[in-house]
Structures are given as structure tokens and as C-alpha cells.
Write a protein that binds this ligand. Structure first.
Ligand code: GLV
Length: 306
């Protein structure tokens, strides 16, 4: 029995060390030096080569090395019967929430305006706070924590998602209520899982329905946004700016228009990077559950795609 780390998209060494620290008896093979394909029962993956997992004839479980599983589901060769689990971790949630808070607060307290004022030697005390109401698209483990922390800070917040949800402590709009959700807010945060239903959801038609000057934060996936619609949405006044951590092509090509647009703040997909030490215990726990035939933790629904 062994675990394979197949993560050309992440350095495997910290994962190997963290897993061994949790259980030094684990047999772990690391891509591309996997010598005994037949022994592999669990694969830990991040941007694996499509089709590669077919090489493990006895594979029983796939674990993402992050919160998202879209990088796994985009591989059409993954057998349908295989369970897929993801990382749900306090540290990951904490970092994500702090990143979103940074974006919301920078907009609310106009950090970028004051940076410009400083460059131009301007002392302007007028209108120091933009009044905001924040809408979080996707209120699962990550988005739900952002809602809680924003409410704790005293902001008005509401949520949006594809499913009906009951007994939440905040206003929530379900799928068919997108227009009502958008008309209620002026900061739009995308934290949705990437699925065939949510891909391209941030597009000009949606932006047209936003309150003029809405600020966009995308910490989910680049493919949620139709990238060429963003600058026209600024030009039309639907949006006033955006903070983006994720892009269709990463690293963002040096020639991309976003680099030089002062209305866009961008970061290199670092909003919340999974910490191997924090996540290793739950990976090992799932491995043990698999071995003992117990229910897995954080298993995703293949039909819902998250
Ligand atoms: C990062 O993007 C993740 O899915 O953990």
C-alpha cells in the first residue's frame, strides 16, 4: 500500500516531510519517480498530467492538495467510481478570510485613492469612507467564514449560491435571485467552486446588473471571469475596480492588459496557499479511513462538482 504525490504544480518536498512527520511508517512515492505503480492506493494531486492517474491500477482515493478540485475534475480520464476529497483547513480558511478582508477594507477606506493622493502631495479629507454592502458568492467553508468575520466587524453582508439554504444567520440569495442579490450590494466577492455551471459567471451581463461602481474581488478561479469583459465593465461604470488573485492563465502573461490597469490590484494566486503541516493530518486521517473502510472526510460530490 502506498500514497503517491503527483503535484507538478506544487513542490512535493514540504508535503513529503509533513506527511512523514504525522506518520513515519507511510510508504510515499513522489512523481515522477514512482517505481511501483501497483502499490498506489491514494493519490495526492495538484495539476497532475491529465490521464496520469490511470497508471495506478489499484487507486482507491484521490485527494486534492488544495481546497479546489476543479484541477482534478477537468481530467476526463478519472474513473467515475473513485472518491475525491479536498482540503478543508482552519489555516487555509483564516488566510483566505484575511485576504478578502484586506480587499474589502482597502476599498471601503480607499487605500488606493490615498496612495495616489500621497504621490501627488494632495491632502483631501473629504468623504473618507465608501459606504459598502458586501455580497459573497459561495458561502461554504471559506465564504461562510468571510461572512462571519465581516459581520463581526459590523459590515452589512449577504450571500449568494446555487443551492437553496435555510436557517442562515445572514440574508442569502439562491440561484434564481441573482439580480436581487446584485442590486443589494456594491462589493462583489467570488468564492464559488469552479464547475460547469459557474464557469464564466462573472461576465458583462452580470456586471450590467451591478450597482454602478461595484468593486469586484475574485479569489476563486480565473475561469469564473470572462477576462475581456472586465475593462469594458470599468469603462461603462458598472464596476469601479477589482482585486484579482486568480487568472485563466497563470502565471499571468506579461503582455496581459491587467498588469498596467490602475483599477486592478492583482496578486499571484496567493490568497490562501495550503500549508502542508496544517493539512497533512487530515490527509493521513483519510488514508487511515480508506484502509479501515470508514467514511471519508471532506469528500466532494462528483455530480455537483464540489
Ligand atoms: C487554491 O487555489 C486551492 O484550491 O487551495
Amino acid at each position: 500500500m502506498s500514497i503517491a504525490i503527483v503535484s507538478p504544480g506544487k513542490d512535493p518536498k514540504p508535503w513529503l516531510e509533513a506527511l512523514r512527520q504525522v506518520d513515519s511508517s507511510l510508504d510515499i512515492q513522489v512523481y515522477p519517480q514512482i517505481e511501483d505503480l501497483k502499490k498506489v492506493e491514494m493519490a495526492l494531486v495538484w495539476q497532475h498530467p491529465p490521464g496520469f492517474l490511470r497508471n495506478f491500477p489499484h487507486l482507491k482515493l484521490i485527494s486534492s492538495l488544495g481546497a479546489g478540485v476543479d484541477h482534478i475534475l477537468s481530467d476526463s480520464e478519472i474513473p467515475h467510481h473513485l472518491p475525491i476529497v479536498r482540503i478543508v483547513d482552519e489555516k487555509l480558511t483564516w488566510s483566505m478570510t484575511n485576504y478578502v478582508l484586506m480587499g474589502v477594507l482597502n476599498f471601503h477606506r480607499q487605500l488606493y485613492r490615498y496612495q495616489k493622493d500621497k504621490d501627488n502631495g494632495i491632502w483631501d479629507m473629504s468623504n473618507p469612507e465608501i459606504s459598502i454592502k458586501v455580497g459573497i458568492m459561495g458561502v461554504g467553508a471559506l465564504g461562510g467564514d468571510v461572512v462571519d468575520k465581516l459581520m463581526y466587524l459590523g459590515f452589512e453582508v449577504c450571500g449568494y449560491g446555487l443551492n437553496d439554504k435555510k436557517s442562515l444567520s445572514f440574508p442569502y440569495f439562491a440561484k434564481h435571485q441573482l439580480d436581487d442579490f446584485l442590486s443589494d450590494i456594491n462589493v462583489l466577492v467570488c468564492m464559488l467552486p469552479l464547475t460547469s455551471e459557474t464557469e464564466g459567471i462573472l461576465n458583462i451581463t452580470l456586471f450590467q446588473k451591478c450597482n454602478p461602481g461595484t468593486y469586484l474581488i475574485n479569489v476563486a478561479r480565473g475561469k469564473h471571469l470572462i477576462e475581456e469583459d472586465l475593462i469594458p465593465a470599468f469603462e461603462e461604470g458598472y464596476l469601479s475596480g477589482a482585486m484579482l488573485d486568480v487568472f485563466r492563465v497563470e502565471p499571468l502573461p506579461r503582455t496581459h492588459a491587467y498588469w498596467s490597469d490602475s483599477r486592478i490590484q492583482l496578486t499571484p494566486h496567493i490568497a490562501s496557499v495550503t500549508n502542508p503541516k496544517a493539512a497533512a493530518p487530515q490527509i493521513v486521517e483519510n488514508y487511515k479511513r480508506l484502509t479501515n473502510g470508514l467514511p471519508l472526510q471532506h469528500q466532494i460530490n462528483r455530480v455537483k462538482e464540489y
